[in-house]
Design a protein around this ligand. Structure first.
Ligand SMILES: O=C(O)CCC(=O)C(=O)O
Ligand SMILES: [Fe+2]
Length: 355
């Protein structure tokens, strides 16, 4: 059974085991990083949308960020601070449970799209492992009757459910703004993914402190393959970085903000207008570690994901071929690693080279 990072450390590990060691070219110290304070991910306040002018401003800011960065942070998003905090608190408490209690949620024991405790894509010894431990759970509109029981500790499940409902609303809201940005009615993108029947998954990731941070990654570079928009809440320790013009830029934790990033599905539906961009997590030495909560908003399984005809023309022909979302998920979870470039297989002229 794959050992989790947290338990390697609890057993007194002081050097990083071989299977976590990244080749030099992937290490944080070997890749160009932007430390210039001048270049910062846009932060958009959603509170100023009551009047037309305010709304137009927010629409243009969000749309620009999702085009130029594929990422944006939002404030005054409508998810209460108490709910954000409660979800974070329970996540810390889950990872603090004794190992045998967490084992009940092991990935693989649980049937359904990678739900459970463990590390995805890393059952193969030859794959380099990331320095994190994860728990992925159904968030909203998910019926996964194979889940063994409610997530511990008591109360966590209720909070996960409430968090899911709140983020589903936020998804509708932000897709509404992006729809307006492409000159369509507010419900445009939301209706393309199945409306209120669309589904969500939440992934909690714990990044324990690393004794040799220069050798590992917290989370390897990737785009969010199965996601329309992803919402991330991060604890106060930085780690998330986004690739911007060939350089990695830190997504600074902002209290009460939610990070929004475009996933492959929205890139496809918007015919490339909104971009699903590579991101990664660098390891931390903070004694308590780092925690993040990522909610992947997804279409209904039977949605045919394809460039919206309304956004295509003779001069802007469809860039991607149609794929049923369920098949897209099966292909996503059949991969050997998280690595970038998943969307390439759906490009119109792809020759079926599968990264
Ligand atoms: O830990 C983070 O901040 C980001 C996590 C992430 O990118 C993911 O789970 O897809
Ligand atoms: Fe991600």
């Amino acid at each position: 059974m794959e050992q989790m990072v947290q338990h390697l450390l609890e057993n007194g590990l002081t050097a990083v085991p071989k299977r976590f060691i990244q080749p030099p070219e992937k290490r944080v110290s070997q890749t160009p990083r932007k430390v210039d304070e001048g270049l910062q991910l846009p932060l958009v306040d959603l509170s100023g949308m009551e009047d037309d002018q305010g709304r137009r401003h927010v629409v243009s800011e969000i749309s620009r960020a999702c085009t130029e960065w594929g990422f944006v942070q939002v404030l005054n998003h409508g998810v209460s601070e108490e709910l954000l905090q409660a979800t974070m608190d329970y996540a810390w408490r889950f990872f603090a449970l004794p190992a045998d209690e967490k084992e009940e949620y092991r990935v693989g024991k649980i049937v359904g799209s990678g739900h459970g405790y463990g590390r995805l894509f890393e059952n193969d010894e030859r794959v380099i492992a990331d320095w994190n431990d994860g728990l992925a759970v159904p968030s909203y509109n998910r019926i996964v009757d194979k889940l063994p029981k409610l997530i511990r500790p008591p109360g966590f499940q209720e909070v996960v459910d409430e968090y899911g409902r709140a983020l589903q609303q936020l998804h509708r809201k932000i897709l509404g703004l992006l729809s307006e940005a492409v000159g369509q009615p507010s419900e445009f993108f939301y209706s393309k993914i199945g409306g209120d029947k669309a589904i969500g998954d939440t992934s909690f990731k714990f990044y324990p402190p690393c004794p040799e941070p220069e050798l590992v990654l917290g989370l390897s570079a990737h785009e969010d393959g199965g996601s329309v928009l992803t919402f991330v809440q991060q604890s106060e320790v930085p780690g998330l970085e986004v690739l911007k013009d060939g350089e990695w830029v830190v997504v600074q934790p902002v209290p009460h903000a939610i990070v929004v990033n475009v996933g492959d599905i929205l890139q496809m539906i918007s015919n490339g207008r909104f971009r699903s961009v590579q991101h990664r997590v660098f390891p931390t030495q903070a004694p308590a570690g780092r925690l993040s909560i990522a909610t992947f908003n997804k279409p209904t399984p039977d949605t045919i994901v394809q460039p919206a005809p309304e956004l295509c023309s003779k001069t802007q022909p469809p860039l991607y071929r149609p794929v049923k979302f369920l098949d897209c998920q099966i292909e996503f979870f059949a991969r050997k690693n998280l690595g970038p470039g998943f969307i390439k297989r759906y490009e119109m002229n792809s020759t079926d080279i599968i990264p």
